[in-house]
Write a protein that binds this ligand. Structure first.
Ligand code: HEC
Ligand code: HEC
Length: 198
């Protein structure tokens, strides 16, 4: 890991991501760096970004554009998690780009949905009314929106409640609007359904 990373404002990450995706050779090089970085992350985020801890998010299959945006938010202190803020500052630009293309290319392992069928059905209903517009019918998002399909249930519950409350750890105007009318039972149902989406 780099000891003296440059201030992030000087680096155009979007342009660097495009460069890394421009040729098969550039992509292969970036993936190599990313695989090495991912070794540091596996303790918490799991092998290949498939977390086994319900409270820690998968990074596998996550959209590179979304990951870069979260890196920026941690670095600027707009998204708060003491450990992740430090971890992100320790990555140099090549490691950051490598990490996002590597995790983006990993397959999300299938999860079981919640075990209560009525709750899962309620979650499906809420998802198809409120969430698909941005996260897609299949929950896989796109360059702009996060993949949520197959995400860890505990992390989903915690995160959705933070958006709903406009918390200091994490807030977003679109997600505040999308969650403002959800009850705690609705949030649990959504997490039960979404965590089982492939
Ligand atoms: C000590 C455990 C730990 C390690 C090691 C760790 N993370 Fe995390 N990471 C977390 C936790 C916990 C969160 C969720 C923070 C929150 O929102 O509350 C997180 C969140 C993230 C997110 C946001 C994911 C999302 O879906 O929004 C990214 C990106 C991330 N970590 C990248 C990394 C990278 C890259 C590494 C390795 C260089 C790494 N993490 C190492 C614990 C860890
Ligand atoms: C109008 C668009 C929009 C709608 C509708 C929407 N979202 Fe989101 N969602 C976003 C955006 C933008 C983000 C990223 C916000 C950020 O940077 O923290 C996000 C992030 C999330 C995350 C965090 C992902 C992660 O890996 O940390 C979860 C979970 C989520 N949304 C769940 C939902 C659920 C559940 C619904 C339906 C109740 C929903 N969203 C509806 C736009 C939307």
């Amino acid at each position: 890991m780099a000891q003296n990373p440059k201030p992030r404002a000087e680096v155009d990450y979007a342009a660097k991501l495009k460069e890394a995706q421009a040729t098969p050779k550039a992509l292969e090089d970036a993936m190599k760096v990313g695989r090495r970085v991912a070794g540091f992350c596996a303790n918490c985020h799991g092998e290949g970004g498939n977390s086994t801890n319900p409270d820690i998010p998968n990074l596998a299959g996550q959209n590179p554009g979304y990951l870069l945006d979260q890196v920026r938010q941690f670095a600027e202190g707009r998204r708060k998690n003491e450990f992740m803020e430090g971890m992100i500052r320790a990555l140099n630009p090549e490691e950051t780009i490598g990490m996002v293309v590597y995790f983006g290319a990993q397959t999300v392992l299938p999860h079981r949905a919640g075990t209560n069928p009525a709750q899962v059905a309620k979650g499906r209903d809420l998802f198809s009314k409120n969430c698909f517009r941005c996260h897609g019918e299949n929950g896989r998002g796109n360059e702009k929106f996060a993949r949520i399909a197959g995400q860890q249930a505990g992390y989903l519950t915690k995160t959705i409640k933070r958006y709903r409350a406009g918390s200091v750890q994490r807030s977003d105007p679109l997600m505040a609007a999308a969650t403002s009318l959800l009850s705690d039972a609705d949030v649990d149902a959504l997490a039960a359904y979404i965590s089982g989406m492939e």
